[in-house]
Design a protein around this ligand. Structure first.
Ligand code: HEM
Length: 595
């Protein structure tokens, strides 16, 4: 009898132990399932035309990656009903603007799920995106219920912070000088937002401000700071899906957002992640503050007093969570992702409009003076700034974060921008290319995923699993007279003719949804409006602004369907003497506000 072979086999050679065979076969099966699942989700949707820039010899995916807006514009021109575009993460439906109202409150459509795939929430480093996806209702409901109720209280805190931050960030220089305006604005908005999210002293803690900015808005394209987590996601989308899982370890923006997130071996030989740096640092700062507050509240209660009314998001979230286990650190990071980038963009676009149309400055100054002269800062004073409201809405109409067409009034030089400077900011890989704005730009919003089948009024069936977006009517000549003209008074006049609140900055409608529309419309827009009005009131009364004629770089860039102001853009400014005193004389915690 020969030797007995005790080694059991599956399909692999005897020499490989049964356990290793299980691992190998399991991995192969996992790989096959992953490829099958992904291929399935990237398959085109049957029954919907595919938009493509065929006249430029491009296929659907190349068309979208080269110029998403032109591709969408082409689709809208040649289709009267919904059609699909082929993005880096598979097909998406584009619906004509007439469907916006019909879809706005459909419970079959999910907002968060629309982003899960595009923002790689399951990859290391994308913690900010993951936090909002994992707990989709806490933040919107905290903002909708608690923050909106406390806007009066918040106003004084924002004014207090604006006064301190403006002096530190923009300075007192009375000579004309040039500044990289977006970077200043980013710091300014990070300070204001952090005051509302975390209160004092954290909003002035340099480490926290760095986290708040870097988690959403850091990184570099050549020498220009940009939005790291957004760029990391964008780079990944441009990769073939089967390489993403490996390549993300080596891609620059992905490496940045994963900083300190190194792999290490721990028993029993499992690969684990060390905590993400932003998260670990934020946890230390926020937990210390939560402890400090608990102790203060205990002392006040013990002495028979009543703790003060909560005026920031830490307190509101605790109240909303009602004792449930919540990761407040992840929630704070998620708030910064949702708010700081968009509000910085809005402020920077508004300043650009201000220097491009300086004739509006005297009227804005006059309105601020009148609004504040009868009772100082309050929610009501902000409401009285109706021209400012209209100016902000017009700025958003022409430059929504999700899209815009830049009216090149004073920028003839831009048209001569050299090919070289575009190449300088051309994206690595075959990813999207930054562009200066052109008239083909189309605004899209209302990103949703179909969770249950939806039949539209025209009979079109939206299949389960499809992701969709709706085209806006921001420049529709049937809705807006001279739609390409910047008219700071446009919404002021419309508001006078229709006093139903429809034309306020924070109102959304089926054609103009810079803040989205329907049950997922931006719940932070009321805060954004207050922040922007307070910031601009200070900036307009305390400083003169003008274009920097030396700065010939493009003012806006396009990245897929998102649009952003140039992070390197420069403006000229100098300190002036304000007509009225804008600064609070009393600690906002001591001002009694009736909401
Ligand atoms: C000017 C600044 C801002 C703009 C232009 C903006 C724009 C938007 C847009 C377009 C959406 C999608 C809505 C939809 O698809 O219907 C959205 C959602 C959201 N925004 Fe904003 N936003 C701004 C500021 C803020 C701020 C300051 C916060 C936080 C305080 C915030 C928190 C959110 C949240 C949590 C959502 C998700 C809502 C949900 O899940 O239902 N945003 N925003």
């Amino acid at each position: 009898m020969g030797p007995v072979n005790n080694q059991k086999r599956l399909f692999l050679p005897d020499a490989i132990s049964i356990y290793v065979q299980f691992v190998i076969i399991g991995s192969i099966l996992y790989g096959v399932c992953y490829v099958w699942k992904t291929l399935n989700s990237e398959r085109r949707l049957s029954g919907f035309a595919v938009a493509t820039l065929a006249e430029e010899g491009l296929g659907p995916k190349e068309s979208y990656l080269k110029d998403s807006n032109k591709t969408i514009a082409a689709g809208l021109k040649s289709n009267s009903g919904p059609f699909q575009i082929i993005t880096g993460t598979g097909p998406k439906l584009v619906l004509q603007n007439r469907f916006a109202d019909e879809l706005r409150n459909r419970s079959e459509l999910d907002f968060n799920e629309a982003f899960r795939k595009d923002f790689f929430a399951h990859y290391p480093g994308f913690d900010g995106f993951r936090a909002s996806l994992d707990n989709p209702t806490l933040i919107p409901s905290t903002l909708r219920i608690k923050m909106t109720q406390s806007l009066g209280l918040v106003t004084n805190h924002l004014v207090d912070e604006a006064t301190a931050a403006l002096h530190e960030l923009y300075g007192e220089n009375r000579e004309w000088h040039s500044i990289a305006v977006k970077q200043h604005n980013l710091n300014f908005i990070a300070r204001l937002s952090s005051r509302v999210f975390l209160g004092r002293p954290i909003c002035r803690n340099e480490k926290w401000i760095e986290i708040a900015k870097n988690h959403t808005v850091s990184g570099y394209i050549t020498d220009w700071p940009a939005v790291d987590s957004f760029l990391a996601a964008r780079d990944l989308r441009a990769q073939p899906f089967f390489l993403r899982r490996i390549k993300h370890y080596f891609m620059p923006h992905n490496k940045n957002i994963r900083k300190d997130c190194s792999l290490k071996l721990s028993p029993p030989l499992l690969l684990t992640r060390t905590p993400e740096r932003h998260y670990a640092d934020a946890k230390q700062i926020i937990n210390t503050e939560v402890e400090r507050r608990k102790i203060r509240a205990q002392i006040i209660l013990a002495s028979g007093g009543k703790p003060a009314k909560v005026s920031d998001a830490i307190g509101w979230m605790v109240e909303m969570a009602g004792g449930k286990e919540v990761d407040y650190v992840a929630a704070q990071l998620s708030l910064t992702v949702a708010s700081i980038h968009a509000t910085t963009e809005a402020l920077t676009s508004a300043l650009l409009d201000l220097v491009t149309y300086p004739e509006i400055i005297p009227s804005l100054r006059q309105e601020i003076i009148e609004a504040l002269s009868t009772g100082g800062w309050s929610k009501q004073a902000l409401f009285k700034m109706k021209l400012m409201d209209s100016f902000l809405k017009e700025s958003q109409r022409l430059h929504p974060v999700r899209s815009a067409v830049w009216l090149q009034r004073s920028y003839a030089k831009l048209l001569m921008i050299s090919f070289d400077s575009l190449v300088m900011v051309r994206m690595i890989y075959h990813g999207p290319i930054w562009l200066i704005y052109d008239a083909n730009t189309i605004s899209v919003s209302m990103n949703r995923k179909v969770m249950r089948r939806v039949t539209l009024s025209d009979g079109t069936v939206l299949p389960v699993g499809a992701r969709l977006m709706v085209a806006g009517g921001f420049r529709d000549p049937k809705i807006y007279e001279n739609p390409d003209k910047f008219d700071a008074h446009r919404f002021f006049k419309l508001r006078e003719e229709n006093p139903n609140g429809a034309y306020q900055y924070v109102s959304t409608s089926g054609d103009m949804f810079g803040f989205g529309h329907g049950n997922h419309a931006c719940p932070g827009r009321f805060l954004a409006s207050s922040e922007l009005k307070i910031a601009l009131a200070h900036m307009i009364l305390k400083y003169d602004w003008k274009l920097d004629q030396e700065d010939t770089m493009p003012k806006f860039f396009q990245n897929e369907t998102a649009h952003m102001t140039n992070p390197g853009m420069k403006l000229m400014m100098r300190r002036r003497t304000e007509e009225i005193d804008l600064d609070l004389k009393v600690d906002p915690d001591l001002i009694d506000v009736k909401e």
